[in-house]
Design a protein around this ligand. Sequence first.
Ligand SMILES: C[S@@+](CC[C@H](N)C(=O)[O-])C[C@H]1O[C@@H](n2cnc3c(N)ncnc32)[C@H](O)[C@@H]1O
Length: 227
Amino acid sequence: MEEKQHIGQLFDRIAGTYDGLNHGLSLNIDRCWRRKMVKMMPPAAHVLDVAIGTADLTIEMLHKGKAEKVTGLDLSDKMMAIGKEKCAKRKMNVTFVHGNAQEMPYENESFDGVTCAFGCRNFSDLDAGLKEMCRVLKPGGQVTILEFSYPTNHFIRALYDLYFSHVLPAIGRIVSRDKSAYTYLNRSVKSFCWGETFVQHLHDAGFREERFTPLSLGIATIYTAKK
Ligand SMILES: C[S@@+](CC[C@H](N)C(=O)[O-])C[C@H]1O[C@@H](n2cnc3c(N)ncnc32)[C@H](O)[C@@H]1O
C-alpha cells in the first residue's frame, strides 16, 4: 500500500477517539501548546493549516483572530469530518481539502501564513513537505510548526520514554481498539528530528529567520520561520 494511503487510513481508524485521547492522555497540555503556538503567529488573511486533522489548531487561530480564513489539508477524511462538524458548530469559515502535504494542490505563493501541528513527523519525506510549505507561502509570510521533541533532562527523558513506549500505546490500544496506531505514534515520535536539526531542514527548504521554542521541558517544540 502506498505510504500516504496508509497514513490516511491509520488516522481514519482512530479519528473517533483522537480528540478525547489527545486531551485526556496529555492532561489537556496539548491545548496549551496550540494556544502558545497561535500566540506566536502574526495575523494573516488566509492561512493554510497543513494536516488539519480534527481542526483544533484552526479553531484556536480563528477564535484568536489570527486568521480571517483557513484552508485545511489532510489525508484523512474521517479526521476532517470531525473537524468540519466542530467548525460548522462555531460558524467558522474553513475549507477542508483532501490532499498530500508533500504534493500540495496549490499555486505558488497562495497563502499569507502556513501552520502544521503534529503533522510533520508523519510525512514520509519531511523535506518535500517543508519545501511545499515554503512554495505555497507568500514572501514575508510565516510558517509556524508544533511538533513533539525530546526532553534534554535525563529524568524527564526517562519518564517520557516510559510514557511513549508503554503507557500511551497501551491506553491508545484499549480506547481506540486499534492495535498498531499508537505503537506507530510512539515510533514516529522517537525517530523524528527536533531542535537545531529540524531548523536545518527548515533552512534547506528555503525558509529564513528560523527559531525554535521548546515547551514543557522539551516534550514539544514550536518552530517559526519566514519566507
Ligand atoms: C496527529 S494528527 C494532528 C492533527 C491536528 N493538526 C492536531 O493538531 O490535532 C496528524 C494529521 O496529519 C495528517 N497527515 C499525515 N501525513 C499527511 C500528509 N502527508 N499530508 C496531509 N496530511 C497528513 C493525518 O491524516 C492526521 O490527520
